[in-house]
Design a protein around this ligand. Structure first.
Ligand code: 523
Length: 136
């Protein structure tokens, strides 16, 4: 049970390229959940709108610019980690400007939806894979 745990709001994105592949990013050494492959994103700061947070994170982490109209809210993840309850809306995005570059992760990978299950993910991200497979 997550009773009493603080809630942390994180936003994440499934970036989908022209071939229908999805971007996953490997969490770097030294961070919580290091080595696991996540949908990129990050924490929403106090007073920030989730979409604005995601646009900021995508610029910082991947060097791309996304228009808010290109972010389609898709599904919510909810997971009780040991010390907090993570609430994480996942957006779907097929259009951005700039070239995706790795700025903060251990590695980036574009994978087919049916290959996503081969990559170990943080527990919050895992249930999102089935949704994506059904949609894409
Ligand atoms: N997750 C997660 N899945 C996922 C993301 C982007 C984040 O489970 N797709 C978790 C991992 C962390 C928490 O959400 O526990 C915050 O992630 P992040 O990457 O924004 O924060 P950290 O680990 O960089 O922590 P700070 O350094 O405090 O920002």
């Amino acid at each position: 049970m997550s009773e009493g745990l603080p809630t942390v709001l994180v936003v994440a994105v499934a970036l989908v390229d022209a071939d229908g592949r999805v971007l996953i990013a490997q969490r770097p050494e030294g961070k919580q959940l290091a080595g696991l492959w996540e949908f990129p994103g990050g924490k929403v700061e106090a007073g920030e709108r989730p979409e604005a947070a995601l646009i900021r994170e995508l610029r910082e982490e991947l060097g791309i610019d996304v228009a808010e109209a290109c972010l389609a809210p898709f599904v919510f993840a909810s997971h009780a980690y040991d010390s907090f309850h993570l609430l994480m809306p996942l957006y779907l995005c097929r259009r951005w400007s700039g070239v995706v570059r790795n700025r903060e992760h251990a590695a980036l990978k574009w994978v087919r939806p049916n290959q996503l299950a081969d990559f170990p993910m943080p527990p919050a991200d895992e249930p999102l894979v089935a949704w994506l497979r059904d949609l894409l």
